[in-house]
Design a protein around this ligand. Structure first.
Ligand code: ATP
Length: 462
C-alpha cells in the first residue's frame, strides 16, 4: 500500500495551502515580491491557532509539572556556544546539485540509484559530488565585518537552555530531576524547503530539556516517551496517524544514546513531528569544557555528590505542529447525509470543516444575528461583549445563515450562536455544533457556562 493510499484522509497539501491562504491562516512571506523561500507569515486565524498550540504545550509542560521551569533565551548567543555544541563543525546536510537544471538536493533524501549514478532525479542531468553544507545562518554583529564579530542565528532552542541550567537551579532552587521548557524561533538554511510550512528556514520549536541523574536516564527517557504520546492523544489527534520511529545506529546524532521520533502521517507520507532524545551528559560536558565553568550538579541531599546530569530532550516543531493540526482537522462532507440536512443544506451541498479541538480553535464561538434589522444585530453584539472576555469570538452578520455556518466550519469554529426572533421573545438563542451540525436552544444567560461544559466534555466524532 502506498503512503498516500494509507493516508486515507481528505487533506492534500494543495487543499491545505489554498485554504490556509484563503482564510488567513498562513500567507507566503513577501508575496508581492514573488515570495521568500522557506518563510511564511501567520495571518489572523493562523496566529491564533499557533498561539493556542503553543499554549497547550506550555500548559502541559510547565503548569502541570511543578519541577519544570520556563525560559525565553535570546536567539543570538555567544559564538563559542556553537563550537561547544558541535554545530560549527557538524550542523551540516549533505548537498548535491544538478549541473544541468541547477536543482539542489539533500543527498540523504534522493533515491540511492540517483546518487550512485550521479543522475538528477528531476531532469536526468549530471549531479555534483556530495559536499557538506552548514545549515547555520551566519551574520556579523557590530560595525566591523571581521571574524571577531561573527554571530549565528540559533539552529535550535536547546542550547539557550543548557547555558542557563545553573542560573535556573540557583534562582528557582531546582533539584534533580527537573526540566526547563522553552518555545522560540530557530533558523536553518535548509537545502530544500517544500511542503508548505513543514520544512522552513525560519521556524519555531517547543523544547523541554529534563536533567536527570546518570543511571536513571533510561527510565526517564521511557517516561517522557509515554508522556509525549499521551499529550497528542489529549489534543484529540487521530492516533492511527501517529507512530514511533526509533533511530538506527546510522541515524543517531553524535550526542545521543537513544532517540525516537514521533511521526505523523501527513498527506505526503510519514514524517517526523517531534523527537525524544537521550542526549547523555554530552551537552553540559562540552559547555564545561568550552566555557571553563563547572557544570556539575551538587546533590545536597546526598552528601554533596557531584555529577554532570544526563539530559532527556523532547523537541517538537511548533510550526510543524500547526501543519499537523491543520491536516488532522481537515474534513469534507456532504451535508445532506446528515440528519438535519433540511435545516442546513441540499443534496449537492458539501462543506469543508476543520475539526479542531475547541481548546485549539482560533475562534471558539461565532455570534450570528439571523437578520441585521429589528434589534437582532444589537442583541448579538451584546452577547459577543458578554462572552469575549472569556472566549475568542467572531461576529458575522452578512449573507445567508447557511453560508455563514460554512464560513465558520472552514475556520474550525466549534460553536455558532444564532440570535433570531424567538431570542427577542424568550431570551434563548440557538447553539449550533460544528461537528454534528446539531442545534439546541439555550437561555442567553447560560451561554458562558454551557460553552465551558461543552469544551470540557468535547469528544471528536470523526
Ligand atoms: P531533519 O533531519 O528532518 O532536517 P532534524 O531531525 O534535524 O530534522 P531536530 O533537530 O530533531 O530535526 O528538530 C526537532 C524538531 O524541530 C523536528 O521534529 C521538527 O518538528 C522541527 N524542525 C526541525 N527542522 C525544521 C524545519 N526546517 N522547519 C520546521 N520545523 C523543523
Amino acid at each position: 500500500m502506498s503512503e498516500l493510499q494509507e493516508y486515507g484522509g481528505k487533506a492534500t497539501m494543495e487543499k491545505i495551502t489554498s485554504l490556509a491562504k484563503r482564510r488567513g491562516f498562513v500567507f507566503q512571506s513577501s508575496e508581492i515580491y514573488g515570495g521568500q523561500n522557506g518563510a511564511w507569515d501567520y495571518g489572523p486565524l493562523g496566529i491564533e491557532l499557533k498561539n493556542r498550540i503553543a499554549g497547550a504545550w506550555w500548559k502541559e509542560m510547565t503548569r502541570l509539572h511543578d519541577n519544570i521551569a520556563g525560559l525565553d533565551a535570546a536567539i543570538l548567543m555567544h559564538p563559542r556556544t556553537w563550537e561547544a555544541s558541535w554545530h560549527v563543525e557538524n550542523c551540516t546536510d549533505p548537498l548535491v546539485y544538478c549541473k544541468k537544471c541547477k536543482s539542489r538536493f539533500r543527498a540523504d533524501m534522493i533515491p540511492e540509484e540517483n546518487l550512485s549514478a550521479k543522475k538528477c532525479p528531476d531532469c536526468g542531468g549530471e549531479l555534483t559530488d556530495t559536499r557538506k553544507f552548514n545549515l547555520m545562518f551566519k551574520s556579523h554583529i557590530g560595525p566591523a565585518e571581521d571574524t571577531a564579530s561573527v554571530i549565528y542565528l540559533r539552529p535550535e532552542t536547546a542550547q539557550g537552555i543548557y547555558v542557563n541550567y545553573k542560573n535556573i537551579i540557583q534562582s528557582n532552587r531546582m533539584k534533580i530531576p527537573f526540566g526547563i521548557a522553552q518555545i522560540g524561533k530557530a533558523f536553518r538554511n535548509e537545502i530544500v524547503t517544500k511542503n508548505f510550512i513543514f520544512r522552513t528556514c525560519e521556524f519555531e520549536q517547543m523544547e523541554m530539556q529534563y536533567f536527570v541523574k546518570p543511571g536513571t536516564d533510561e527510565e526517564w527517557f521511557n517516561e517522557w516517551r509515554r508522556q509525549r504520546w499521551a499529550y497528542y492523544k489529549k489534543l484529540g489527534v487521530k492516533m492511527d496517524h501517529l507512530r514511533w520511529h526509533q533511530h538506527g545506529k546510522d541515524e543517531l546524532a553524535h550526542y545521543a544514546k537513544d532517540a525516537y521520533d514521533i511521526e505523523y502521517l501527513f498527506p505526503m507520507g510519514w514524517r517526523e513531528l517531534e523527537g525524544v532524545h537521550n542526549r547523555t551528559d554530552y551537552d553540559l560536558g562540552r559547555h564545561a569544557q568550552f566555557s571553563g565553568k563547572d557544570m556539575q550538579y551538587i546533590d545536597q541531599d546526598n552528601n554533596n555528590e557531584r555529577y554532570i546530569p544526563y539530559i532527556i530532550e523532547t523537541s517538537a516543531g511548533l510550526t510543524r505542529n500547526v501543519l499537523m493540526i491543520l491536516c488532522d482537522a481537515y474534513d469534507e462532507e456532504q451535508v445532506a447525509e446528515k440528519g438535519n440536512a433540511g435545516t442546513e443544506g441540499s443534496a449537492d451541498d458539501w462543506r469543508t470543516v476543520l475539526r479542531f479541538h475547541p481548546d485549539l480553535a482560533p475562534v471558539t464561538a461565532a455570534i450570528l444575528p439571523l437578520m441585521k434589522k429589528d434589534g437582532l444585530a444589537e442583541m448579538a453584539q451584546d452577547i459577543r461583549k458578554e462572552l469575549q472576555d472569556d472566549y475568542a469570538t467572531d461576529y458575522d452578520q452578512s449573507g445567508a445563515i447557511g453560508r455563514r455556518y460554512r464560513r465558520q466550519d472552514e475556520a474550525g469554529t466549534p460553536f455558532c450562536i444564532t440570535v433570531d426572533y424567538q431570542s427577542k421573545e424568550d431570551g434563548t438563542v440557538t447553539l449550533r455544533f460544528r461537528d454534528s451540525m446539531e442545534q439546541v436552544r439555550v437561555p442567553r444567560a447560560e451561554l458562558a457556562v454551557r460553552l465551558r461544559q461543552e469544551i470540557k466534555s468535547y469528544k471528536r466524532i470523526k
